[in-house]
Design a protein around this ligand. Structure first.
Ligand code: SIN
Ligand code: CO
Length: 395
């Protein structure tokens, strides 16, 4: 249960019932006494790293109004920025700095697969990304500094955007609410609600962004999944071909054969949909995906690691989820499916809930040979990692 302050006294049930995907909610002191887990300098440092996705938005002081620059940035670039009117945004920070996962923990009453990332922005005074709407739900937690947020309840219109700018910025924006958020305050916004944040002083804002796959993406992915199950060497046949009156005609029999073929291969029974959905929803972002171990462990190496009380951690870019049945549990990791028997249920659900797995707790769940084999597999695939060696090297 998250602390009462998180949702301004609402229970998660009340929040889901009355606000989620429906209307905005301002929560004063959602995180009382909030302490920033990162400094603006550390954020800028991250934005200089190769594998980190970052953006700079310069309302003024760039080569044109609302210039968008994409990272990685060179350190000198930050030194040349104006005093005001720009914003630095860094995505997936909880994956690059796994200790920041703690900030997302209280929100896990919303399914993991609906959470996209923690984005952190830094802006000097007047920094803003302009009035706009997003296609996803977002929770905006104010860190250091104060930020003014204006929101509009009017429906957004696709053509109400500034022409020829790098970002989607609304041409007209009329505020219906106007709030100043202080450190620890939080604002929930449903998708497509127009909002406009401006920093009143140097400010850090933490955006917990949600994921909502598009219908087209879902259907494409399902059909691809079905397609992979179709035998490779099957081919259209028509031994009963009949003479036709026009050479260009596609005859009703040809259409019927095609329909029969599709009907044989396109099914939506729940086992099929589960198998696809679990894989689809756990596909990692490609640039954050785990890599298989270069020198895979054997069973003895895993045993030795566990005997030495090592700690495994979830690869920060990996997505874990499960679907439970009475007689089996389907564990999905990064688009892979593992069908496990009832004795492995508690191991699978524990792996999905936690991000850090100390040997002491892990061993209690490894009574079955299949459980050990699973862990060995997950380590060798790179979904579970051990940083113990690196820490020893650092020390
Ligand atoms: C920001 O952090 O400045 C922008 C967040 C948003 O408007 O979605
Ligand atoms: Co936004």
């Amino acid at each position: 249960m998250p602390p009462k302050s998180l949702l301004g006294g609402l229970t998660p049930e009340q929040f889901l019932r009355d606000y989620w995907q429906k209307q905005p909610l301002l929560i004063r002191s959602a995180f009382p006494g909030f302490q920033d887990p990162i400094t603006p300098e550390e954020l800028a440092g991250l934005a200089c790293e190769e594998q980190v996705q970052s953006r700079l938005v310069l309302e003024q002081g760039g080569s044109r109004p609302w210039e968008l620059r994409r990272g990685p940035f060179a350190e000198e670039e930050f030194l040349k920025l104006p005093e005001s009117h720009w914003t630095l945004l860094v995505s997936d920070v909880e994956k690059h700095l796994p200790q920041l996962q703690a900030l997302l923990e209280p929100f896990r009453f919303i399914p993991d697969w609906r959470i996209d990332d923690l984005q952190i922005s830094y802006a000097p005074v007047h920094g803003s990304v302009g009035p706009h709407w997003d296609d996803y739900d977002v929770l905006l937690l104010q860190g250091k500094g104060r930020r003014r947020w204006r929101i509009s309840h009017r429906p957004v219109a696709e053509d109400n955007v500034l022409p020829d700018v790098d970002l989607r910025i609304m041409g007209e924006f009329q505020a219906d609410e106007d709030w100043v958020l202080e450190p620890g305050d939080m604002l929930y916004l449903p998708p497509r609600l127009a909002h406009y944040g401006t920093a009143l002083e140097p400010a850090l804002t933490y955006s917990i962004g949600f994921r909502a796959p598009g219908h087209r993406e879902l259907v494409h992915s399902f059909l691809d999944f079905l397609g992979e199950g179709v035998e490779d060497d099957g081919r259209y046949t028509d031994p009963d071909l009949r003479l036709q009156d026009h050479p260009a005609r596609i005859a009703p029999e040809a259409v019927r054969r095609a329909r029969d073929l599709l009907a044989r291969h396109i099914g939506t029974d729940s086992a099929l949909v589960e198998s696809w959905l679990g894989r689809f929803l756990t596909e990692p972002k490609p640039y954050l995906a785990a890599q298989p171990m270069e020198e895979p462990w054997d069973a003895a190496e895993l045993d030795q690691f566990l005997d030495q009380a090592g700690t495994l951690e979830r690869h920060p870019g990996s997505r874990f989820a499960f679907i439970e049945h009475a007689d089996e549990i389907l564990l999905f990791i990064d688009g892979q499916e593992f069908a496990l028997g009832p004795p492995l249920k508690s191991l699978a659900t524990w792996l999905c809930r936690e991000h850090v797995y100390p040997a002491g707790q892990l061993c209690g769940l490894l009574k079955h040979a299949a459980a050990r084999a699973l862990i060995l597999d997950l380590v060798n695939e790179g979904y579970l990692v051990s940083y113990d060696d690196e820490r020893e090297d650092d020390a």
